[in-house]
Design a protein around this ligand. Structure first.
Ligand code: NCD
Length: 329
């Protein structure tokens, strides 16, 4: 689908449709810039579905995935994305790195920089860590999730999944449910989906919804059934216990009874409502297996597929200037 708000030469947006050196968050992106990245991702879906999954446009460039926090799908997704574009992809595992010897984040960043990385992809447990590194290095930096702050490629891949399954984003009612407080996925999704004119609701226990979330342009619901009422998209989030500092929720069983997505609960949403989850899922806690595995309703595996395409688009767009193609930085 074309991006209706894409800038034209006389639209006053400047010459390049993505005038950013880094992708540290959805915050600060214009709606047409988000649309541009989604449009760019479309071409990679077709390539990824074919047998010869190769495009060599990043040949010769080095992508370093520096993951200071555990990850399965995001790390793999970035690695596959870089390799399919022909880059040399190196994964830095914290378990074997000098971080364990007390090296500061800035020193690690300067080391990666000195190795002349062309893109650094970073996941870190501290909100703001990615921006800190972006300010110090010479190459584009991509945020793969920092603390509770942002996870922009997840926001983009979710928006792409919704756009493809529903044909649009504007005007849809999207309910983001569960542990919104600790979720960078929720933040990036709220920013992306409200920018693209969806009506976003956040639904969860009062202890897990940030104060003043309404300022982000969303509606708050603490009653799960009310929050689901008529929703076009139901996005479930895991209880992120590793980021909790106290007793935010009762037992998993009690949580499931109040805020778990079951077929009965889903019946409250629109008849063709799409079910999403960024993973990892805690089956039987925030989502019942019968819902997660329902091929007609669940877009969970499609989200993973869109993730590779979106990351290919981001790696391509952010390295254009380095490759002598018009671009920023
Ligand atoms: C999420 C993350 O790491 O923020 N997972 C992901 O990237 N797919 C969500 C989570 O950890 O619950």
């Amino acid at each position: 689908m074309p991006n209706p708000a894409a800038p034209t030469a006389d639209a006053g947006h400047g010459v390049h449709p993505f005038p950013h050196r880094h992708l540290t968050g959805i915050f600060g992106l214009q709606p047409w810039e988000i649309g541009f990245l989604l449009d760019e991702a479309e071409q990679w879906i077709a390539l990824n579905r074919g047998t010869a999954k190769h495009d060599n446009r990043l040949a010769g460039l080095t992508v370093i995935n520096a993951f200071f926090e555990n990850s399965t799908r995001t790390l793999l997704s970035f690695e596959i994305a870089g390799k399919r574009l022909g880059a040399d992809v190196v994964n830095m595992s914290v378990a074997q790195s000098s971080v364990k010897k007390g090296e500061t984040l800035i020193d690690t960043a300067m080391t990666l920089n000195a190795m002349r990385a062309d893109v650094i992809v970073i996941r870190h447990e501290a909100s703001g860590a990615v921006q800190l590194i972006a300010d110090k290095v010479d190459c584009p930096v991509l945020n793969a999730g920092d603390g509770r702050h942002e996870h922009p490629t997840q926001g983009l891949l979710d928006a792409l999944t919704i756009r493809r399954r529903k044909g649009r984003i504007a005007g849809l009612v999207v309910a983001i449910c569960g542990d919104v407080l600790h979720s960078r996925v929720a933040r990036s999704n709220i920013l992306a989906l409200t920018a693209l004119a969806a009506e976003v609701r956040v639904v969860g226990p009062p202890t897990l919804i940030p104060a003043a979330i309404e300022r982000m342009g969303v509606k708050r619901f603490t009653d799960f059934d009310a929050g689901l009422d008529g929703a076009d998209v139901v996005m479930m989030l895991r209880l992120q216990r590793e980021r909790m500092s106290g007793g935010f929720v009762p037992s998993p069983r009690e949580y499931h009874a109040l805020y778990g997505l079951t077929p009965e609960r889903l019946a409250r949403a629109a008849p063709d409502a799409l079910v999403m989850h960024p993973g990892p899922m805690n089956r039987g806690v925030e989502i019942a297996s019968s819902v997660a595995d329902d091929p007609l309703r669940s877009a969970i595996t499609e989200q993973v597929e869109m993730g590779v395409a979106v990351r290919m688009a981001c790696l391509d767009v952010l390295t254009r200037a380095r490759r002598g193609i018009e671009g920023w930085a």
